[in-house]
Design a protein around this ligand. Sequence first.
Ligand SMILES: O=C(O)C1=C[C@@H](OP(=O)(O)O)[C@@H](O)[C@H](O)C1
Ligand SMILES: C=C(OP(=O)(O)O)C(=O)O
Length: 476
Amino acid sequence: MLVGKMNPGKDGDEVRGGETADDAPPPWDAPTAPGRLDARVPLPGSKSLTGRELVLAALADEVGRLRAPLHSRDTALMIDALRNLGTEITEIPTDQPFGDDLRIRPADELTGSTSIACGLAGTVMRFVPPVAALALGPTAFDGDTYARKRPMRAILEALRVLGADISDEGRGVLPFTVHGSGGLRGGRVELDASLSSQFVSGLLLSAPRFVEGVHLVHVGDRVPSLPHIEMTLAALRARGVDATSPAPNEWRVAPGPIGARDLIIEPDLSNAAPFLAAALVAGGRVSVPHWPADTTQVGDHLRALLPEFGADVALTGDVLTVSGDGAVRGVRLHVPEAGELAPTLVGLAALAESPSEITGIGHIRHHETDRIAGLVAEINRLGGRARELDDGIAIEPAELRGDLWRSYADHRMATTGALIGLRVPGVTVDDIESTSKTLPQFSELWHRMLGVDEPARTDAEPSPDPFGSPFSMLGL
Ligand SMILES: O=C(O)C1=C[C@@H](OP(=O)(O)O)[C@@H](O)[C@H](O)C1
Ligand SMILES: C=C(OP(=O)(O)O)C(=O)O
């Protein structure tokens, strides 16, 4: 079984600014590519699909089942959150390589008077508060130290307009408490979703259970990550909900039952990014099986994005194969829809033979870390020539040298360090365990792709209080 290790105890701020926590395991030696690649890399389920389907299954009218869901830190936090609100979630053993299926029995009545740990998961902190507003009793939310910097104000204010009572002492970030009254009025609300599409998805997912449903109107700068909102609408419709986007930046969900489903979760195509990009960096080819023919996952955009860097991409049946000759071309990309892929794209650009500019990704400053600042700092630490733009990153070609690559507790920062390390000897990644957020098997799959043994590691034990932020301060 390729069920990886999760480390629910990592805390973002422990590694910010290059300070290493005392109990942190030693940095991970990024393996260089031993030659041209010829690998097939199966990947576990999508974080975004698993998170959405867990929420919808918890709000559905009957028992449902998720097959091949992702098992990772983010999904474990989502499962715990929904269980705390009264949902019964049981694991059904399978012989699948990436872990058990899940059976979800919705609660007869959602109950608050509980606390929810969000870790660093945007999906948990944005998708669960609307569910808590439907529960009876207070639900206190908190997360990792760095999670308290991730924006929440727009969704909290929208929830208040829709009838929720939330106390956050005006902070607009974690921690906060949702005082659920057993239901929510819903209706029309304007909100600014320019910092995260998850504000929209979070409200839409619970909206069939609001008395009046919801009519969301975005006011503000560009909404990022639009494919993720499409994914939300598609997931709702597949359960019989009337969910539409009647105009750009406007979404409506009608009140009504959420149908139960027995469904298979697609592999995580965003997590495919570093593996497929490896074929470009090392030369040779990398295939990912079970690539869906029709999907809302933004990772599917890799089929168009990787050829910009010089890759050949072929989808044969359900196998996606990326081939390269070891040369990487510079790019000019404007990708507001694909912020989640940006760390890998920037990693490729750092190895390119010509200059690159990747723009439209200002919102990734609000992801697990400020990814624009983090990527620029780490590329330049290796001798690169990267520059922050308001809305992205510009990179000039440079000879990189091995050094420490800091992850800032961010899984996609860590995998980008691994990607660069394929080409640059001596790169060490300080927190490879952060990949447990969405891909606990990362190190194992990476070594397997390269055909080299994964060195044994002495991982630190997860801390007994994984979330490090006692709810006692909230009086619960
Ligand atoms: O809804 C989702 O599952 C996600 C939406 C996106 O968030 P942003 O809109 O904040 O970029 C994406 O980057 C994140 O990884 C997952
Ligand atoms: C931005 C990401 O995660 P989150 O769901 O925590 O926002 C990500 O996975 O790249």
